[in-house]
Design a protein around this ligand. Structure first.
Ligand SMILES: NC(=O)c1ccc[n+]([C@@H]2O[C@H](COP(=O)([O-])OP(=O)(O)OC[C@H]3O[C@@H](n4cnc5c(N)ncnc54)[C@H](O)[C@@H]3O)[C@@H](O)[C@H]2O)c1
Length: 442
């Protein structure tokens, strides 16, 4: 007997939503169906509706500006939250209270208060919230977890993790809503939530204490003028600006049909300008950050993120009492326009080295896989949408507590940067006090 299809509704129909709507309408159409698309922008929601019909032949999915109306009329089983980060908690709580489960884009939310509201709603309703940490699913990241779990380097004492964002992908965060801390929480929430989660999951650790420093040192008008790049500051945005023709930081919305349909054509409705000058006044997030984290089991993380590097990728060194793992990735540039290669790109490459104490280093093979995020996206999509997804031996799905374990490092780091003091995670939101390792958390 065939099982009833799971009914999905989405809120936030911008650049990211296709990661969810396309597999539902395509690969998993026998198990899943889309019943509603909600967004304040009619242009964006009808563009997504049209694209789904054209690409996957589905009848027009009902669209809504009013979320509660969508919930009443469509009664979805699960709501997918894909709005700017500061609104995630609102839709998560309203969905749970309306009797639906939730799949939330990362970060689950951006501060302790909003996180607590989600915890309270989960407790009140008994429903589930899943955070989509897609990088856990990439084959290289999974191989690192596997090595650590089988004890290849013993008990983990220390992690050093450096992430480089380049002047294409990194700059993109400074063109729009991400550049306002009130909306994105800053990059230690918006971006680092991936990295903090990866480390929590790799070492199966629960963070307990955080200290951070950070500043805006490259983007913004003052920084450009101070280093003699005042010419890059003379326009508010890039599209339609002849003076910006040779500006290497420009992004133009009229040349790419996807960007035009999604953002340029919708500007009059919501006033959302996607291509603001990265060297303007008013940016209040950091572009250079250093964080230290202590874990419940005593392990320590040193972390850095810089958003103005000549190339993109990361380098992680994990030290245990039986050896060390070094894992690095170089990425091609990838902003919403696709994979435009930039001059600094040397990726994509991945290198995984295992060195046990008193032994020579050995390079560990990483299985190759097709699809976004090194092949992680299709695996995650299968887990989310297929009724017959294989059991995952690596524990790569994250519920609200594991979602919180990552975002609370960023929230604590923000507090630490503003006070100059270390912050205890438990003083923000209490993660299960009897849990010893991350896998003890939902
Ligand atoms: N996992 C990943 O790799 C990844 C990559 C990109 C984005 N994301 C996440 O996806 C989410 C969306 O990002 P995006 O790049 O699609 O942004 P976007 O700006 O392209 O789209 C956001 C959409 O939300 C809508 N919106 C704005 N305010 C709203 C409100 N109050 N209620 C409902 N809808 C509202 C906008 O109209 C827009 O259509 C973010 O949470 C982001 O962190 C995750």
């Amino acid at each position: 007997m065939s099982k009833k299809k799971t009914r999905y509704a989405v809120v936030g129909t911008g650049g990211r939503v296709g990661m969810f709507t396309h597999p539902i309408a395509g690969r998993f159409k026998d198990d899943a169906e889309l019943v509603g698309l909600c967004d304040p922008s009619e242009v964006r929601r009808t563009y997504q509706q049209r694209q789904l019909s054209e690409e996957f032949g589905v009848p027009p999915i009902p669209t809504y500006a009013d979320f509660d109306l969508m919930m009443r009329e469509q009664k979805p089983d699960t709501v997918i939250v894909c709005t700017p980060d500061c609104y995630h908690h609102e839709y998560i709580v309203r969905s749970l209270d309306a009797g639906a489960d939730v799949i939330s884009e990362k970060p689950m939310t951006i501060d302790a208060e909003k996180c607590q509201a989600i915890f309270d709603a989960v407790k009140r309703t008994g429903r589930s919230v899943r955070t989509t940490f897609n990088v856990r699913w990439s084959p290289g990241a999974t191989r690192v977890r596997e090595l650590i779990a089988e004890g290849a380097i013993g008990r983990i004492m220390h992690v050093d993790y450096e992430y480089l964002l380049n002047t294409s992908h990194g700059a993109d965060y400074f063109r729009r809503w991400h550049s306002h801390k009130e909306i994105s929480g800053g990059l230690l929430l918006h971006k680092s939530t991936h990295h903090f989660d990866l480390i929590n999951w790799w070492i199966n650790g629960i963070p307990s204490r955080v200290f951070a420093m950070g500043d805006l040192v490259f983007y913004g008008k003052k920084n450009a003028e101070a280093r003699g790049d005042g010419a890059f500051t003379r326009y508010e945005r890039y599209t339609g600006e002849p003076e910006a023709a040779k500006d290497p930081f420009r992004l133009t919305l009229d040349e790419d049909p996807h960007l035009r349909n999604l953002y340029l054509d919708a500007e009059k409705e919501t006033g959302y300008i996607r291509d603001q000058n990265v060297f303007r006044d008013g940016i209040d997030i950091e572009d250079s950050m250093s964080v230290m984290v202590k874990y419940r089991d005593g392990a320590v993380l040193t972390y850095s993120l810089n958003a103005y590097c000549p190339r993109e990728g990361f380098r992680a060194s994990i030290s245990g009492d039986r050896g060390r793992i070094e894992y690095s990735e170089e990425h091609a540039s990838h902003i919403i326009t696709g994979d435009a290669k930039s001059a600094g790109d040397i990726g994509p490459t991945r290198k995984l080295i295992l060195q046990k104490l008193f032994e020579a280093p050995q390079e560990i093979a990483i299985p190759s896989a097709e699809g976004g995020h090194g092949g992680g996206d299709p695996l995650l999509q299968e887990q989310m949408f297929s009724h017959s997804a294989p059991k995952d031996p690596f524990g790569r799905s994250a519920g609200h507590e594991q979602g919180a374990a990552s975002l609370l490092i960023g929230a604590a780091a923000n507090k630490s940067m503003s006070t100059g003091l270390p912050v205890n995670i438990d003083d923000l939101v209490k993660l299960n006090p009897s849990a010893k390792v991350l896998s003890d958390l939902i």
